[in-house]
Every structure is written in structure tokens, then in C-alpha cells.
Design a binder for this molecule. Structure first.
Ligand code: HEM
Length: 459
């Protein structure tokens, strides 16, 4: 077996700026890649408070106990930020992801039953079918042909979400949702940059028109999907069926049409892009580290030989696969940053933080923090061996966030990622050309710049 070249275990990262950025430098970097504006302190300090070039103070929170204080103990002192509203409101309205306080709480309680683990286990066949279909597609190409696995994983996870959420959905409407969501996310860094500089919302930028078009197309496709379901009067037990049947836990009222559109759009978007990125980066890491790839393949083949389906039970018996996924989401967290606005004064580590302060929890940097991790940029799945993982605090490793607003789709995503990764690695070998070094690019999710071209050999 080949020995992994040491450098292969250090995959691409983002270099922070050497010093403070001028307004123009900030704008340039933020539009190119918001992650490249994270200051060096995000990778080294516990807490860093900046008086920004323009606007309100920004508190960068990195120490795990401070993160836990903000997201758990003091979570009622925070709301979603103006920047997040600018980015998401046009497509997601005021659904679960973008609302706060009571409005958020009832949607969270109404949606929770959709994500019970018993319910999610019934989606496993759709997850393994999507991975098998992907392998069947690759089989139609010559062995070793190069494929953009980033694009392929987006299509495969969208297939899962459609099979689980929109049983019998109209393919044209579903494709419109996927394509317009992608197009919208392509240009979000403009909205982020202008929002961070607190420039007026109405200020046009080069992506204004294409964003507006993409948002309109996405929402009208989602509305059409809902209208079709209502007309057909199908009592499907898929996620959309549950959403339509959701009731306010106190009043018993159904969700308004607007809220159903907001939440379906949210679940379709949040529910596939993130898992797709987790899979694409994991396949990249495994292509760079063939010994780890072989270890995963061997583990899967032992528990589930070719031809046997990856059930939730089998997926729960794959510790190596799970460690690889966890380490991949440490190095490349699919949602690389969380942000909040402080709504009342709080004290963090003896520092008084005033209301209106923008809180940034830079997951990407915390996951590579110089003082929290040993050899932070190295791909080392054994960090997540049970005896070592139990020493990692919640606020140090949190690809799904933490606290009351922790990802509602976490169980769904973990099952999906395990089943799909196991199926893909069991059925195909992935190779790296030794040259492609994709920059991790923040476009809400963490995209590989230039896609993820890998050689694929169906076995
Ligand atoms: C690997 C896959 C995923 C990752 C890494 C991920 C990550 C996250 C993170 C970090 C948050 C917290 C955001 C914040 O606090 O600001 C979040 C929230 C959320 N995620 Fe996920 N997610 C994933 C998959 C999914 C899936 C599959 C779904 C649905 C099917 C989903 C739906 C949501 C929703 C609705 C929220 C908002 C929850 C709330 O505010 O109460 N996510 N996700």
C-alpha cells in the first residue's frame, strides 16, 4: 500500500490578512471570499473586540466557554444579524432560520417532529439510492475519468431531499429550485460585504438583478410545488406533508401560506447544500490520503458487502467512516460562520459588551484554532477516537452549531452523510491529481473554489 506523503495531510486553508485592512482592501477580500477577512486573532485569541472601519463594534468569540455562554446560557440576548437578513430574507422570508424569539420558537416546535430519529430512519433507502445512482452514472464513463464531485454531490443530495420531502414532486419545479438556489448563493458575498459596511440595502451592486431573479424563481417554484400538493389532496407522509400538517403547539393554528413557503424553501436549501459540501470535501480528503480511503472501504465492505443496503443500523457501525466525516467537517465546516447581534448588554470574560454589537463565531477558525488543537491544519481523523473526542468541549467543535438554535437537520444530515459516503467509497475509488488545491470559499456554505475535480474509478 502506498504511504501518504506528509504534505497530502495538510489540505488547503485560508490565509488571514497580515495586518488591519483598509476599507477598500476589506471590500475586495470580502467579495472574493469573506473567510479571507477573518483576522489572525480569530485563529489565536479567546475574544477579540474590534471597532470596525464603519459601523458597530464586532466581537469575535473563539474560546469554547465564551461560545457556549453566547449560544447556550445567554442565547436569549442575541438575535439574527442584519447581514443574515439581507442575505436570506429574499429567498427564505421569515422562516425558522431567519426569525427570532416567539416567532422562531413556535416554528422550531412545529418543525421538530419532522426530524425525529424514527422518522429520519425511514429516509435511509432514499439516501443509499441517491448514492447508488451516482455510482451508476459514473460507471457510464471510462475508468479514472475526472468528475466534478462538488457538482455531483449537490445533485445527489438534492435528489435525497426531493425524494424525502417532495414525494412525487414535479421534476421541472424541483430543478428550478435547485438551480436558482445555487445561482442565488453564487453572489451572496456582495450582499455580505455591503451589509457589513452598513451601506443602504437599496444600493445596487453587480449581482442585484441576478439575485432578485434567482430569488423570485425559487420562491415561485416552491409556491407552485405547495399549490400542486394541496390541489392533489395527497396525504403524503413526506416532509412537505408534515409541514402542511404542522400546527402551532399552543393555538393549534396551521402555518400561514407565507410561512410554509419560507420553511419549505429553507429546508430545501439548508437541507442539501451543506451535506453536499461535507461529502465533496470528504472525498477530496480521502483522495489525498489513500490509506484512509482504503480503511473506510474495508470497514464498509466488512459490515455491508457489495449489494447489501446501508441501513441506519449498519451506518451506526462504521466508526472509521464516522471519524473521517467528523474530521472533514472540522477542517471544512459546511457552514463556516455563525453571527448574532447582541440585544442586551452582557459580560464576557469580564468585558462588558454593549447591545448592537455584532458577534461573530468563526467556526472555520475555531476548528483550526492554534491553541485549541494540536497540529490544527493536519487531517487526522484519530482526533475523534472516542477517548480523545470526549475531551473536546462543545464550543470547540460545532459544525452544526450549539444551543437552542443548533441545526434542526443534524440527525438527518449525519445519517445521510454516513450512508452516502459509505456507499460511494464502497463502490468507487477517488484519486487526486496532486495539483488541485481548492481554496475554501464562503458562499454561505463552504465551497471549493474551482469545483472538486477528482478521478473516479467505479469498482
Ligand atoms: C452537514 C450538514 C449540515 C450542516 C453542517 C449544518 C449546519 C448548521 C448550522 C451551523 C446551523 C446553525 C446556524 C446558526 O445558529 O446561526 C444550522 C441551522 C439549521 N439547519 Fe443545518 N446543517 C446541515 C444540514 C441540515 C439539513 C439536512 C437540514 C434540513 C433538512 C438543515 C436545516 C437547518 C435549519 C432549518 C436550521 C435553522 C435552525 C434554527 O434556527 O432553529 N440543516 N445548520
Amino acid at each position: 500500500m502506498s504511504v501518504i506523503a506528509p504534505s497530502a495531510l495538510y489540505p488547503p486553508t485560508v490565509t488571514p490578512p497580515a495586518g488591519p485592512l483598509s476599507l477598500l482592501q476589506f471590500l475586495r477580500r470580502c467579495i472574493a471570499n469573506p473567510l479571507s477577512t477573518f483576522p489572525p486573532s480569530a485563529y489565536e485569541a479567546d475574544l477579540a473586540i474590534e471597532e470596525p472601519v464603519k459601523g458597530r463594534p464586532v466581537a469575535w468569540v473563539m474560546a469554547p466557554h465564551f461560545v457556549e455562554q453566547l449560544l447556550l446560557t445567554d442565547s436569549d440576548a442575541t438575535v439574527k444579524t442584519e447581514v443574515e437578513h439581507r442575505v436570506f430574507d429574499p429567498i427564505l422570508g421569515r422562516g425558522i432560520l431567519t426569525s427570532d424569539h416567539g416567532d422562531w420558537k413556535w416554528q422550531r416546535r412545529a418543525l421538530a417532529p419532522l426530524f425525529r430519529s424514527g422518522e429520519i430512519a425511514t429516509y435511509a433507502p432514499a439516501m443509499s439510492a441517491a448514492a447508488e445512482m451516482q455510482i451508476a452514472h459514473w460507471r457510464t464513463f471510462p475508468a479514472g475519468a475526472t468528475h466534478d464531485v462538488d457538482r455531483d454531490m449537490s445533485a445527489a443530495t438534492f435528489d435525497v431531499i426531493v425524494r424525502t420531502m417532495l414525494v412525487g414532486g414535479n421534476p421541472a419545479e424541483c430543478t428550478a429550485v435547485m438551480q436558482s438556489g445555487q445561482r442565488y448563493l453564487d453572489h451572496t458575498s456582495w450582499t455580505v460585504a455591503l451589509g457589513l459596511l452598513r451601506l443602504p440595502r437599496w444600493l445596487p451592486h453587480p449581482a442585484t438583478l441576478s439575485n432578485w431573479r434567482a430569488a423570485r424563481r425559487l420562491r415561485s417554484a416552491v409556491s407552485a410545488i405547495i399549490a400542486r400538493r394541496e390541489q392533489a389532496q395527497i396525504q403524503a407522509t413526506d416532509l412537505l406533508g408534515h409541514l402542511l400538517a404542522a400546527r402551532h403547539p399552543d393555538t393549534g393554528a396551521a402555518m400561514s401560506r407565507e410561512h410554509i413557503v419560507d420553511n419549505l424553501a429553507t429546508l430545501l436549501e439548508a437541507g442539501h447544500e451543506t451535506t453536499a459540501k461535507a461529502l465533496a470535501w470528504t472525498l477530496y480528503l480521502l483522495a489525498r490520503a489513500p490509506e484512509w480511503q482504503e480503511a473506510v472501504r474495508e470497514e464498509v465492505r466488512t459490515v455491508a458487502p457489495h449489494g447489501t443496503p446501508l441501513t441506519p443500523d449498519v451506518a451506526g457501525r462504521l466508526p472509521v467512516t464516522e471519524r473521517v466525516l467528523k474530521e472533514s467537517m472540522r477542517l471544512y465546516p459546511p457552514a463556516p460562520v455563525m453571527a448574532r447581534t447582541l440585544s442586551r448588554p452582557i459580560s464576557i470574560g469580564g468585558r462588558e459588551i454593549s447591545p448592537g454589537t455584532q458577534i461573530v463565531i468563526p467556526i472555520f477558525a475555531i476548528h483550526r484554532h492554534r491553541r485549541l488543537w494540536t497540529d490544527p491544519d493536519r487531517f487526522d481523523p484519530d482526533r475523534f477516537l472516542p477517548e480523545r473526542a470526549s475531551a473536546i468541549p462543545r464550543g470547540q467543535y460545532m459544525p452544526f452549531g450549539t444551543g437552542p438554535r443548533i441545526c434542526i437537520g443534524q440527525t438527518f444530515a449525519l445519517l445521510e452523510a454516513r450512508i452516502m459516503l459509505a456507499t460511494l467509497v464502497r463502490g468507487a475509488r477517488f484519486t487526486w491529481d496532486g495539483r488541485h488545491l481548492p481554496e475554501p470559499l464562503s458562499r454561505v456554505t463552504l465551497r471549493p473554489k474551482g469545483g472538486m475535480p477528482l478521478g473516479v474509478d467505479v469498482l
